[in-house]
Design a binder for this molecule. Structure first.
Ligand code: FE
Ligand code: FE
Length: 278
């Protein structure tokens, strides 16, 4: 069973429940109430996300020759992703992205950050290409070095083939201490893919938000500080600032995509050309 999650959103919801506002540090790491599908999802993710896999996918998708679309077309394409869940209570992909963006806009955040909110999950189109759930979503982590025990369900790494590679099992693994995250390979998913697509068009803080928004082991758990350089530390302030908008903007009213489209089309055109390579 390669699709244990009811929908990709189930992973987002699980992360949101883990880091619910008001919960203590301690119960951030209490996963006892995780649904069986979520548990199985992490088992697959931790078993199959090897260094070799992550590098091969980065190579494969990094050529950006899948399709050419405008950013808004990309959002509509992502919206064709149909969940099994109840359409009346759940938000479509476009609505989640718009809610994040609208929350940033209400708070008067910079325009590039509002745009980042709008597109941050666009990399989930990987699912439409037929990638398994465990290679699209999930908390991300560096590959090629020891897995932190602060990664959710870290016990599932025992079946990862990299566990048998001694070179990958030291604290720094194949990396130099504080080499900077750009020199590391992260587990493969929607973050890295969208970073590859958008890197030429957005300011650096936006690139960091997109590339590391699922890197909970660092931006929430500080488990990989030993691989970060001073630039990473500076930029992670933005990643941390963004995270609550991703996690907690859900409760708000359903955004009206049609009414909001002109505003966002204009914002998109400030940064992106008409067609972008995916
Ligand atoms: Fe995401
Ligand atoms: Fe998101």
């Amino acid at each position: 069973m390669q699709s244990p999650l009811e929908s990709l959103e189930q992973w987002d919801d699980f992360v949101g429940s883990r880091y619910q506002e008001g919960r203590t540090e301690e119960n951030f790491r209490d996963y006892s109430t995780a649904p069986a599908g979520v548990r199985e999802f992490y088992r697959l993710n931790h078993t199959h996300q090897t260094r070799e896999f992550a590098r091969a996918k980065k190579q494969e998708y990094g050529s950006l020759n899948r399709r050419q679309m405008s950013i808004w077309e990309g959002l509509e394409y992502l919206d064709t992703l149909v969940d099994d869940s109840d359409p009346d209570t759940d938000l479509s992909q476009i609505e989640h992205n718009l809610q994040t963006a609208e929350a940033l806009r209400r708070d008067g955040q910079p325009r590039w950050m509002i745009l980042t909110g709008l597109i941050h999950d666009l990399g989930k189109v990987l699912w439409l290409y037929g990638e398994p759930q465990w290679a699209v979503v999930g908390d991300t982590f560096p590959v090629g070095c020891a897995w932190s025990q602060r990664i959710v369900f870290s016990e599932f790494f025992r079946d990862n083939p990299d566990a048998a590679v001694p070179e990958y099992q030291t604290r720094h693994g194949v990396y130099e201490p504080n080499c900077g995250l750009s020199k590391t390979d992260m587990s493969w998913g929607h973050d890295e893919y969208l970073y590859q697509i958008t890197r030429d068009y957005l300011p650096e803080p936006a690139q960091y938000i997109i590339r590391y928004h699922s890197f909970y082991p660092q931006h929430r758990e500080n488990a990989y500080t030993h691989l970060m350089d001073s630039k990473d530390h500076e930029m992670f302030e933005w990643v941390k600032k963004f995270n609550p908008y991703d996690l907690y903007s859900k409760g708000h009213a359903k955004p009206d995509a049609k009414a909001l489209r002109p505003y966002y089309e204009e914002l998109i055109s400030e940064f992106f050309p008409d067609k972008v390579r995916f």
